[in-house]
Write a protein that binds this ligand. Structure first.
Ligand code: G1P
Length: 295
């Protein structure tokens, strides 16, 4: 089996849900306590053994490149002042073997993946979307790679969502569960209305794909929202080789919308050594005040 070494992180979107914050700042740089969301994604890829990552960016995303670059003046200053923990935090995002491709048009997720075709070449690879942070004992990307090592086929991560939310996701029409949590799929549908959804198993932004997806993308017509939909190309690929769905049973933090970002900051803050005690006291007091109708 070919080793899975490469990843694509699409990061060209405007982040309209967070305007005006995202007018000049990349949404991937929005912080969870003190770390940008995209760094969690890069760390997940590294924990899964990924060696090279291509970030597909666009206008206004230069801060992502700066974040993963070294910062010599800042590092020298922190070293001089003996601020070792901060120095380590700053250096933790250097040298992540990241490559950047800039997309000068936005024609959908499928198009962003297609942009990285030459970077990937003829190997299996993973795609990680930045809107979800995933937590489990084994990183989700590693779970997908383990599945690939068993089957040699493409595999997407899915999760059960409330039925009324199927119109926010790609949704699978499962055929049969071939082993625990691994489904063969009849077809894939992008953002179906709840009444049309074949299941509530939603694609959650982690994909392991064979390179044949690029042929499928090139043959796929523009779909929903007049965008080239990755889900549509996956549906086409599934007609010539299996595309499995792997059910994720860990915790998912959706940071792609306002409440999700705030909730994730609270959850991660409650574990962060710098703020956890203060935040816990604050949350407890807040809950009491709310119950007493003081807010
Ligand atoms: C994209 C995909 C969708 C998937 C979702 C997961 O949609 O098109 O199939 O379920 O990511 O986050 P977006 O959220 O970019 O609209």
């Amino acid at each position: 089996m070919q080793k899975v070494r490469k990843a694509i992180i699409p990061a060209a979107g405007y982040g309209t849900r967070f305007l005006p914050e995202t007018k000049a700042i990349a949404k991937e740089m929005l912080p969870i306590v003190d770390k940008p969301t995209i760094q969690f994604i890069v760390e997940e890829a590294h924990k899964a053994g990924i060696e090279e990552i291509c970030v597909v960016t666009g206008r206004g995303k230069r801060s992502i490149e700066d974040h993963f670059d070294s910062a010599p003046e800042l590092e020298a200053d922190l070293a001089n002042k003996g601020k070792d923990a901060m120095l380590e935090a700053v250096q933790s995002s250097n040298d992540s073997n990241l490559y950047f491709i800039r997309q000068n048009h936005m024609r959908g997720l499928g198009d962003a993946v297609l942009t990285a075709k030459d970077f990937i070449g003829d190997e299996p690879f993973v795609v990680l979307l930045g809107d979800d942070l995933m937590e489990d004992q084994v990183p989700l990307t590693k779970q997908l790679i383990d599945r690939y090592n068993e089957t040699g086929e493409s595999t997407l991560a899915v999760m059960r969502v409330p039925h009324e939310e199927t119109n926010k996701y790609g949704v699978i029409n499962p055929a049969q569960e071939v082993s625990d949590g691994l489904f063969e799929v009849k077809n894939f549908v992008e953002k179906p209305k709840p009444e049309d959804a074949p299941s509530n198993l939603a694609i959650i932004g982690r994909y392991l794909l064979t390179p044949q997806i690029f042929d499928a993308l090139e043959q796929t017509p523009y779909g929903k929202g007049n965008e080239l939909q990755l889900t549509d190309a996956i549906d086409l690929l599934n007609k010539t080789q299996h595309v499995y769905a792997h059910e994720f049973k860990g915790d998912r933090f959706d940071v792609g919308y306002k409440f999700g970002l705030i909730r994730t900051n609270i959850e991660f803050g409650l574990r962060h050594p710098d703020v956890k005690d203060e935040l816990r006291d604050y949350v407890l007091q807040l809950a009491e005040d709310i119950k007493a109708n003081k807010r």
